[in-house]
Design a protein around this ligand. Sequence first.
Ligand code: E4P
Length: 219
Amino acid sequence: MKFFIDTANLDQIKEAHDLGILDGVTTNPSLMAKEGITGEENVINHYKAICDIVEDNVSAEVISTTFDEIVKEGEALAALNPKIVVKVPMIKDGVKAIKYFSSKGIKTNCTLIFSAGQALLAAKAGATYVSPFLGRLDDISSDGLLLIEDIRTIFDNYGYETQILAASIRGPLHIVNCAKLGADVITAPLAAIVGLLKHPLTDSGLATFLADHAKAAGK
Ligand code: E4P
């Protein structure tokens, strides 16, 4: 399973990268705004800074919503660095643009996926990744993990190479359950990734080991 970090914060990207488990980064316009990254030049430079930290898979989301503009913006993003994955929303012109990018060998991440039908459409257009937002479904008492399961079944039925990039992750249990369902990638906040480390029995067990060692050593 690939682990992407879901942030535009460079310090958190560096921390996750230094753990040695990071395979990519996803951003979105809200995450960029949260870091105060505004203006075309600052946005471009920020994506370049992210590309300097990680080895591959840096999702950069277009703001455009018409085919011609998505293509123009996406080609400019893709030209920044081979690590860039052009992130395109699940809209009609987005599907058309994903088909175009796919024909040009430009990697894409179709985002704002909330149904299996949307994921199927993106896969048929040749998307590299689809991003089902399981946390936002859970937030409205809908079953986000069921969407992951449905997409996995459909992609396996037809051998689609499009990868399931489980997004809108709310915690470590989402990561574990996505792994059990066969999602190819998760993208999560640093806290959810680091949360996988935590177990009280590990902490108490280590404390006992160290105390017993110290006692035996007469310390
Ligand atoms: C993926 O990159 C999505 O934009 C992101 O995971 C959305 O997460 P949220 O539902 O917490 O905003």
